[in-house]
Design a binder for this molecule. Structure first.
Ligand SMILES: [Zn+2]
Length: 184
């Protein structure tokens, strides 16, 4: 597993996303947060764990570092890779006493994905979770926008795409298939 390192984007002070990205306010913890926030999700390597809202907490107490993560779904096979990557990134920065805690409750939701993350997903060719999509059968593709041409005339081909958290869609305008990151 390679440790992905994206340029740090100053996610900082978007208060509307404070639930999704509880970046600590004290400098020592924020420094750890910013390092952990560079780790990418193995399944969606264009997104960092901060973009996804998987990164929940970072704190420094004495010489000990605690990082908490909430996987996108329980049993997510990426958890171990993410945990290892966090430890590796922090070790490279000189933090030797690092504990990574997996927190399953409250459960992760696509609402924790940052606006930045959704934009990156779309650029990557994956339709981001819509969040505000009106209630209705997802199978009709209501509100799922084609990441290639922007058309809303899309339909679901399969409930599961390249991973179980995605569904496979096809655009009826440009004919391109694409993954939709399902809301949950
Ligand atoms: Zn299209």
């Amino acid at each position: 597993m390679t440790v992905g390192r994206l340029a740090h984007s100053p996610a900082a002070a978007d208060h509307t996303e404070s639930v999704a990205r509880p970046r600590p306010t004290d400098a020592a913890s924020a420094a750890v947060w910013d390092l952990a926030a560079t780790v990418v999700d193995p399944e969606v390597p264009v997104l960092t764990i901060a973009d996804l809202g998987i990164l929940r907490e970072a704190s420094v107490s004495g010489g000990s570092v605690l990082v908490s993560i909430t996987p996108t779904y329980s049993g997510c096979p990426a958890v171990e890779a993410i945990r290892d990557d966090i430890v590796t990134v922090l070790a490279a920065a000189g933090y030797s006493d690092v504990a990574v805690r997996v927190v399953l409750s409250p459960a992760w939701t696509t609402d924790w994905m940052s606006a930045d993350g959704k934009r990156k997903l779309e650029e990557f060719g994956i339709a981001p979770p819509t969040g505000t999509r009106p209630a209705g059968p997802v199978s009709l593709g209501l509100g799922v926008r084609c990441p290639h041409c922007g058309s809303l005339h899309t339909r679901q081909l399969s409930r599961f795409g390249s991973t179980s958290c995605k569904a496979l869609y096809a655009c009826q305008r440009c004919q391109e298939p694409f993954d939709f990151f399902k809301d949950h």
